[in-house]
Ligand binder design. Structure first.
Ligand SMILES: [Zn+2]
Length: 190
């Protein structure tokens, strides 16, 4: 097959040369209006082409590549006094996989426990291309089910305005858990 980026002959969808060039995380933190800190590994523009494949067959491959390069080393090096629950935003399966579940799986260690399907949106509203006003007027109505007392590491693929992460944080707090940090692949504000 051919590399999807440079079109050179390759045994993988993206050749090793393009992987080394494209998939280089450089972590950055942003503080959202709700007081939640978000760590991102890429600027959205850098990985937009890969993220747009989200609901396709090849999207699983790209999300796995990105997660291996960013989420996995972060989870391995993450030091915190007590074990945490990893909660992924809206990790229900579409077309065979849940993109946020791929990210959460890559984060797992003996101290970072991924609890799947705990935080699901109450509706199918999508925010792509929508304003902050629209996002705030149309909340995702998250339903959080856990029963755990651990602090939480929230996971999503992209942060834009931060409205989704802040709403998720509020839903988790109503059940008596604190959200320590949100971790995303890409920040659209970088
Ligand atoms: Zn290439």
């Amino acid at each position: 097959m051919r590399c999807l980026v440079c079109e050179a002959f390759s045994l993988q969808h993206i050749c090793p040369t393009c992987q080394a060039k494209l998939i280089v995380p450089h972590p950055q933190r942003r503080l959202l209006s709700c007081g939640l800190e978000v760590l991102s590994f890429f600027a959205y523009d850098e990985v937009e082409m890969l993220l747009k494949t989200k609901h396709t067959y090849v999207g699983h491959y790209f999300y796995t590549l990105l997660a291996k390069a960013s989420m996995r080393p972060f989870g391995r090096d993450f030091a915190y006094a007590s074990p945490l629950d990893v909660i992924a935003i809206d990790d229900h399966t579409r077309r065979g996989y849940a993109h946020t579940a791929i990210l959460a799986h890559a984060l797992r260690t003996s101290r970072l426990r991924y609890l799947p399907h705990r935080l699901l949106a109450g509706n199918d509203i999508t925010y792509a291309g929508k304003s902050l006003a629209y996002r705030e007027a149309n909340p995702r109505e998250f339903v959080y089910r856990s029963g755990s007392k651990r602090d939480v590491l929230l996971v999503d693929d992209v942060v834009t305005t931060g409205a989704t992460l802040c709403e998720a944080k509020a839903a988790i707090q109503t059940k008596g858990q604190e959200v320590l940090l949100a971790v995303v692949l890409a920040d659209a504000a970088r």
